[in-house]
Write a new protein. Structure first.
Length: 98
């Protein structure tokens, strides 16, 4: 029943909104939007949270497609997925403007 009434747009918007529904994730997106990429270790130095907690937040953003990670052992470099970030901003803006 749910699949019959929900549009793909609504499902994508909900996924982005869920991924952004924590202040730490918003902070990470703000950092990444001001620079091309960032290593998870650098983020861990500026955030007063455990590395494992940061890892979970990064995982949520990555699963939503908002960021992408590139592993260069022992580091992981994260960047904004520009296409998905543009879409998320567009969808959120449309919702707010309604």
């Amino acid at each position: 029943m749910e699949n019959e009434i929900l549009t793909d747009r609504q499902v994508r918007l909900a996924r982005y909104a869920k991924a952004l529904a924590h202040p730490v994730r918003i902070y990470v997106m703000e950092i990444l939007s001001r620079q091309s990429c960032c290593y998870s270790g650098d983020l861990a130095e500026v955030l007063p949270i455990a590395r494992s907690t940061l890892s979970q937040h990064l995982k949520e953003l990555k699963e939503a497609g908002l960021i992408q990670g590139e592993t260069n052992p022992p580091k992981i470099k994260y960047c904004i997925n520009q296409e998905r970030w543009r879409e998320a901003r567009l969808l959120l803006g449309e919702l707010i403007a309604e």
